[in-house]
Design a protein around this ligand. Structure first.
Ligand code: GLP
Length: 244
């Protein structure tokens, strides 16, 4: 794992956007894995700036999102499809055909998962996967006790995740209990991974992800086995990381 620690969220957003931008410049038709959550929002804002400054072009870029709630249509402001439009896609020249987000309203969810995986394969796999980390160590929606062999699949959300994500909903009861998520294997198949974490709430889990024993109880520890991961943290999230 390559660890990059920066001063604050602003610096992290810029650096993360530059890393994504260099992937797009190097391969204009690259396949990006994208994430939701509050962490990548600032990175998306910086990417929009780079797009407006003509430094990057999304015309040929293909994207796959990590996950989506089951039961929320893409017109629901809490859906991840809505999130992605509001925070990134509405402001760049990406083609609708190149955007992929699991359909949480699919009639046959099992088929939807398999097709999602096929679509990733068809475009040659993910070049760069951007993601955050849940306080319980989840990546995407791969919750503790996950099977490392999973491809895109249905997930029962952990209590901690439902609680953490309830801040975006009117009430705890409104948070969906299930989601579709890329599996650990899908994530590990990405050629490069950029994991972002900010703030004190992530200090301990970031430390565990990097130094802890690899265990399905803390899904993000599996990233220790990936050959090309950048962990980009601000000072607060990286407080327990040893220097050097
Ligand atoms: C959600 C998403 C994850 C994300 C996590 C952390 O559960 N499914 O992909 O990493 O939230 O969110 P935040 O960045 O808001 O801390």
């Amino acid at each position: 794992m390559k660890i990059i620690k920066v001063k604050d969220i602003q610096a992290l957003n810029k650096k993360a956007a530059y890393l994504v931008a260099s992937q797009i410049i190097e391969k204009p038709n690259c396949v990006l894995g994208l994430a939701t959550g509050s962490t990548p929002i600032g990175t998306y804002q910086e990417l929009i700036k780079l797009y407006n400054d003509d430094i990057i072009d999304f015309k040929e870029v293909i994207t796959f999102n990590l996950d989506e709630y089951i039961g929320l249509p893409n017109t629901n402001p809490q859906s991840y499809a809505w999130f992605m439009n509001r925070h990134l896609f509405d402001f760049i020249n990406i083609s609708d055909n190149n955007v992929h987000i699991p359909n949480g309203m699919a009639e046959d969810i099992g088929k939807e998962c398999m097709e999602y995986e096929d679509q990733i394969k068809k475009v040659g796999g993910i070049d760069l996967q951007v993601m955050g980390i849940g306080r319980n160590g989840h990546i995407g929606f791969n919750e503790p006790d996950v099977m490392f062999e999973n491809l895109t699949h249905v997930v029962e959300l952990d209590e901690q995740t439902i609680l953490d994500n309830s801040r975006f909903f009117n009430s705890l009861e409104d948070v969906p209990k299930r989601a579709i998520s890329m599996g650990i294997k899908t994530i590990m198949n990405a050629r490069k991974i950029l994991l972002l974490a900010t703030g004190e709430k992530k200090t301990e889990i970031v430390h565990e992800m990097i130094y802890g024993r690899i265990s399905s109880n803390v899904p993000a520890t599996v990233l220790q086995l990936h050959p090309n991961v950048i962990v980009l943290v601000d000072e607060a999230a990286g407080k327990l990381i040893k220097e050097g």
